[in-house]
Design a protein around this ligand. Structure first.
Ligand code: ZN
Length: 321
C-alpha cells in the first residue's frame, strides 16, 4: 500500500500572550476557537485550536501560547508561511479590515492563478491570505467579525523553506502520495489529490537561508491527514521502512498523531481525521470551557490555576446561552 494523504490537517505554532492570540485569530482572522485545552506534553500551558465551525481537518490552526515567550527566527528547516484560503476578490476587504485593527498587510503576489495578502500575526508569525482561481467549496465559519462572503475557508498551503529540496520532495511524493504540480526557479509546488486549497505544500529551496529558531512567532510543526488509526499504523510502518525516526502513536484526544522530521528539517505530523472536536463538548459550546483529557482530569485544579483565564468573544458561541 502506498500512503496517500488527502492534504493538510493542521498547523501548530508558538505564540505569545494567550488573550492576544485569541483576540487576533477570532476577531482578526475570523476563525472559531474550537478547543481550549492544554499542551498534553506540558500541561501548565494552553493549547488553543482554531478552525471552522466544527474544527474540521484542513481548517485547523493551533497554538502553544506562552506569555513572554522568547521570539524565534523564521528560517530554513521550518514551515515559514502559513497560508489560508479566502474567496477570489476578497483581499481588498481584508486589507481594510487589518488596517482597522492596526495590522499592516500587503499584496505580495498578483497573478492570474492567485493573489496573496501577507501579514504578520501579533507575535510575528508569517501569514498569507490566498485568493485562488481554484474554487474552494468549503463552508466558512460565519463570524461577527468577518462576513461569510470574505471569510477564511481553511488552510490553503504551507510554505517550507529548506536548504536543499530533493529529500523533502521525495518524502512528500513517494511516502505521502502527493505529486509535483509545478517547478519555477527555486519554488516547487506539491499537492495531494485534486490540488485544491488545503492540499498544497510549497517548497522554497534556499541554500543560503539561516536556520530557523523554533520559538515565539514560528511554526512548530505541520500535520497531514490520514483517515483513521488503522491507516495511520500502516503509514507508520511504511515511514519506518523508509528510514524515518517516527514516534509511537500519541493520543491527542481529538485525533491520534505520529511525528517525524522530514529531510529538510521540518517537523511533520500525521494526524487522524477522527474522532474530532465534538467528542467532549457539543458543537455550539466548542471552545467555551477548558477541556482536559481523562488522564489530566485529576490535575484540573492545579492546571486551572497555572493557565490565565481567557475572555472569549461572544461571537465564538453565538447560539449558546
Ligand atoms: Zn500537531
Amino acid at each position: 500500500m502506498t500512503a496517500q494523504t488527502s492534504g493538510l490537517h493542521h498547523v501548530t505554532a508558538i505564540g505569545g500572550a494567550p488573550q492576544r492570540n485569541v483576540d487576533f485569530y477570532i476577531r482578526g482572522l475570523g476563525l472559531r476557537l474550537v478547543k481550549k485545552t492544554v499542551n498534553f506534553d506540558d500541561p501548565g500551558t494552553y493549547h488553543l485550536y482554531y478552525g471552522d465551525e466544527a474544527g474540521q481537518p484542513g481548517s485547523l490552526m493551533t497554538f502553544f501560547p506562552w506569555t513572554g515567550v522568547r521570539p524565534g527566527r523564521i528560517g530554513a528547516g521550518q514551515s515559514t508561511t502559513t497560508a489560508f484560503s479566502v474567496p477570489a476578490g476578497s483581499l481588498g476587504w481584508w486589507s481594510d479590515h487589518f488596517a482597522a485593527l492596526g495590522a499592516a498587510s500587503e499584496i505580495t503576489t498578483r497573478s492570474s492563478d492567485e493573489e496573496r495578502l501577507s501579514l504578520r500575526d501579533p507575535d510575528g508569525l508569517q501569514l498569507d491570505l490566498v485568493a485562488s482561481s481554484t474554487e474552494d467549496p468549503r463552508d466558512p465559519w460565519d463570524s461577527a467579525s468577518v462576513p461569510a462572503q470574505y471569510a477564511v475557508r481553511g488552510q490553503h498551503s504551507s510554505v517550507l523553506t529548506v536548504r536543499s529540496p530533493e529529500g523533502t520532495v521525495r518524502l512528500l511524493t513517494e511516502d505521502l502520495g502527493m505529486h509535483v504540480v509545478s517547478e519555477t526557479g527555486n519554488h516547487i509546488r506539491v499537492a495531494a489529490g485534486d490540488g485544491r486549497p488545503g492540499n498544497i505544500v510549497d517548497i522554497i529551496a534556499d541554500p543560503t537561508a539561516e536556520d530557523g529558531l523554533t520559538a515565539g512567532g514560528t511554526v512548530h510543526h505541520i500535520a497531514f491527514r490520514v483517515p483513521d488509526g488503522e491507516t495511520q499504523l500502516l503509514w507508520r510502518e511504511q515511514l519506518v521502512d523508509s528510514g524515518y525516526d517516527v514516534t509511537a502513536v500519541l493520543d491527542r484526544q481529538y485525533f491520534t498523531s505520529i511525528y517525524f522530521r522530514e529531510p529538510g528539517g521540518v517537523l511533520f505530523e500525521i494526524a487522524t481525521d477522527t474522532p474530532g472536536f465534538n467528542i467532549d463538548e457539543p458543537l455550539l459550546e466548542l471552545g467555551r470551557s477548558l477541556k482536559l483529557p481523562p488522564w489530566l482530569e485529576p490535575s484540573r485544579e492545579q492546571i486551572e490555576h497555572a493557565v490565565a483565564p481567557l475572555a472569549l468573544p461572544e461571537e465564538n458561541n453565538p447560539s449558546a446561552d
